[in-house]
Design a binder for this molecule. Structure first.
Ligand SMILES: NC(=O)c1ccc[n+]([C@@H]2O[C@H](COP(=O)([O-])OP(=O)(O)OC[C@H]3O[C@@H](n4cnc5c(N)ncnc54)[C@H](OP(=O)(O)O)[C@@H]3O)[C@@H](O)[C@H]2O)c1
Length: 347
């Protein structure tokens, strides 16, 4: 049986995404084959395509961090998974494909009746938001938080989970997306026109308890200045490397992306006020504690089933148009989660 997947043979812009048709992979011992229904498109995919992500993947590779699909075939000794069961996984690469083989331990069952596109939004964006809030920042009801990129994929997840956790929320976003931020319960701040540090102190007085910073670079130190004594900046991304669809690379990336936040974290330790800068990385937390990943994803799937969270789907694009999906995400102003439709459900 033949099937399609996307491959990257050399690093570069969206044009390096190539669709190939080849023999469908067979599951090995302890593996299941998943017929992928949807694959998430993420900023991390763009960074990997350019060869800029800290998570290094040798060429050629198939991008795709997060998937939802149906178990299609089980390999020898893969005993627990039922063929036809809808499952979610975070393979980190390989998701942009009609079929993917994964160790059985990597899949989490998805409750019946959920929209695969909404479910896949949980696997990268909501887990990141949930773990940063509850496992890294340990937020408590009534605390004030600032969320950068509040209308984006992780930003909207932080807003919905922050509302459930009883937080007072402020969110930076461009003016065109302020309505989204307001509708999810936060006070928007136009980061393109206003100085967010001044705005936060004007609105709150002493500052916020936690800042979630996926922007990176010099923004991290400014986020630190928006904290009240004892507060935390959680650093988790590099959105600032994207300028009009083009990613900055080379030495500039290495210095500004890795060295600068590390230097800021050290400087924070030496500053008065017990304020800290802490990194978060979904792949590292999953490697160190895979049980947390499964537990948190199951908790989020239950919240979705019970209608307590409602992921925003920015668009559903066919797998063969992965290049267009990357162009759209690279241009910015995508609200919520963009997904690639790889197959339609059988039932
Ligand atoms: N560490 C981890 O484990 C982890 C996990 C998931 C994601 N990430 C990272 O998190 C970041 C965000 O991911 P995402 O999927 O949410 O991206 P996204 O959907 O593209 O959203 C990014 C948002 O950032 C906003 N933005 C751009 N420049 C900004 C600035 N200077 N100040 C404030 N907001 C700004 C954009 O808003 P406008 O369009 O309104 O300008 C956009 O809504 C990425 O760097 C990604 O790689 C890390």
């Amino acid at each position: 049986m033949k099937s399609l997947r996307i491959i990257v043979r050399r690093h570069g812009g969206p044009e390096v995404l190539e669709t190939v048709e080849e023999e469908t992979p067979e599951p090995e011992r302890g593996e299941v084959r998943v017929r992928v229904l949807v694959a998430g498109v993420s900023f991390a995919d763009l960074l990997m395509r350019e060869g800029l992500h800290p998570e290094k993947t040798p060429l050629p590779f198939t991008p795709g961090w997060d998937i939802v699909g149906e178990v299609d075939k089980t390999g020898p000794d893969a005993s627990r998974a039922a063929v036809g069961q809808m499952v979610a996984a975070l393979p980190i690469h390989g998701g942009y494909a009609q079929y993917i083989c994964l160790p059985e331990s990597e899949i989490t069952p998805v409750p019946d009746g959920l929209d695969p596109a909404e479910a896949v939004s949980l696997v990268l964006n909501y887990i990141t938001a949930y773990q940063m809030m509850h496992r890294t920042a340990h937020v408590a009801p009534g605390q004030r938080v600032l969320i950068h990129g509040a209308a984006g994929g992780v930003g909207t997840a932080l807003l919905q989970l922050g509302r459930l956790a009883g937080l007072e929320m402020y969110g930076t976003a461009s003016l065109a997306t302020h309505q989204t931020v307001t509708s999810l319960g936060a006070t928007p701040i136009d980061y393109q026109k206003a100085d967010f540090v001044e705005e936060i102190h004007r609105l709150t007085g002493e500052g916020v308890d936690v800042v979630f910073d996926g922007v990176g670079e010099a923004n991290v130190w400014r986020s630190f200045q928006a904290l009240r004594p004892g507060g935390r900046v959680i650093v988790y991304g590099f959105t600032s490397f994207l300028r009009k669809g083009v990613l900055a690379g080379g030495l500039r990336y290495r210095f500004r992306g890795i060295v600068r936040p590390a230097w800021y974290a050290l400087r924070a330790l030496l500053s008065p006020g017990r304020r800290r800068i802490l990194p978060y990385s979904i792949q590292n937390v999953k490697r160190w504690n895979p049980a947390w990943f499964r537990e948190d994803l199951s908790a989020l799937l239950d919240l979705l089933r019970d209608g307590k969270i409602r992921p925003m789907i920015a668009g559903r694009i066919p797998l063969s148009e992965a290049r267009r999906a990357h162009e759209l995400l690279g241009q910015g102003s995508v609200k919520g989660k963009l997904v690639l439709v790889c197959n339609w459900p059988v039932s």
